[in-house]
Design a protein around this ligand. Structure first.
Ligand SMILES: [Zn+2]
Length: 265
């Protein structure tokens, strides 16, 4: 791509942003977000990514684990605001303590997180959180942010490239990438984490699981992190908020979620 084209593209992007093109509102929190991708585009990416994962990562043959994930997944799906979702819940055989929900309602739970979930309510906390990321369209929003950042980075590199400092251009673009990770991209990811916690707590409560189980789950997760020695050393590079901060936030949100839980009883 040549310099003038990049400049024109970034001008277009800025214009689109100021006109509110691609602006949408996150359910439950009411936050306004900038997303250049349509729900259909996001969903297509999610479906493609999920079928790739199913080819690459083996599915668990543990009948009890599969039954638990289907049982909890159905109840969370029933209360989630994800129009057009093609719900699917797969237990992947992997020691990683992780889970995800891709746009389009494709949910993956790694066997490594199940002992930390402990029971249905613990799993509901995880699933509510992951489904909330998809409902709030965090993937599309993050891709939009990354696109804006890389456009700005390329403009900087292109401008330097056309001067006597031309040799420094690749370095400048690279340095911008690192800065974006630490200074710009990271706070957004943490905001997304907090938002998914908030929406997820409401979802698990509406699905009939006591939201207090989310606090207990994150406490167990913090112990797991500590036992692996990772949580404290690299916390600033992690996309997750520190465990203590997250637990404190959840405790603040608990009364509202508990009220929703009791309404359904
Ligand atoms: Zn998350």
């Amino acid at each position: 791509m040549n310099g003038s084209l990049i400049v024109r593209l970034s001008a277009l992007l800025v214009a689109a942003m100021s006109l509110g093109v691609g602006c949408s509102t996150v359910p439950e929190t009411g936050r306004k977000q900038m997303n250049l991708y349509s729900s259909q585009e996001e969903m297509q990416l999610g479906l493609t990514e999920f079928s790739k994962m199913k080819q690459e990562v083996p599915a668990s043959k543990d009948a009890a684990a599969n039954a638990m994930v289907q049982r909890v997944g159905k109840r969370i799906a029933a209360v989630a605001d994800l129009p057009g979702a093609q719900w699917e819940f797969v237990v992947f055989e992997s020691p990683e303590a992780n889970a995800f929900c891709l746009p389009g309602g494709k949910v993956g739970i790694y066997t490594g997180i199940l002992p930390i979930c402990k029971d249905d309510a613990g799993l509901a906390a995880v699933m509510g959180h992951e489904v909330a990321h998809a409902v709030a369209r965090h993937g599309g929003e993050r891709m939009t942010q990354a696109q804006a950042l890389s456009t700005v980075g390329q403009v900087g590199g292109a401008l330097l490239g056309s001067t006597k400092y031309g040799n420094w251009a690749p370095l400048a673009t690279q340095a911008y990438g690192v800065g974006a990770q630490l200074g710009v991209a990271l706070p957004h990811s943490r905001a997304h984490e907090a938002e998914a916690d908030e929406i997820g707590l409401l979802y698990m409560a509406r699905a009939g699981y006591d939201p207090a189980a989310a606090v207990a789950f994150w406490q167990r997760f913090a112990e797991y992190n500590q036992s692996r020695g990772g949580a404290n050393t690299a916390w600033f590079l992690s996309t997750h908020p520190t465990d203590a901060a997250r637990i404190a936030e959840l405790q603040k949100l608990l009364p509202k979620a508990e009220a929703e839980y009791r309404k359904g009883k």
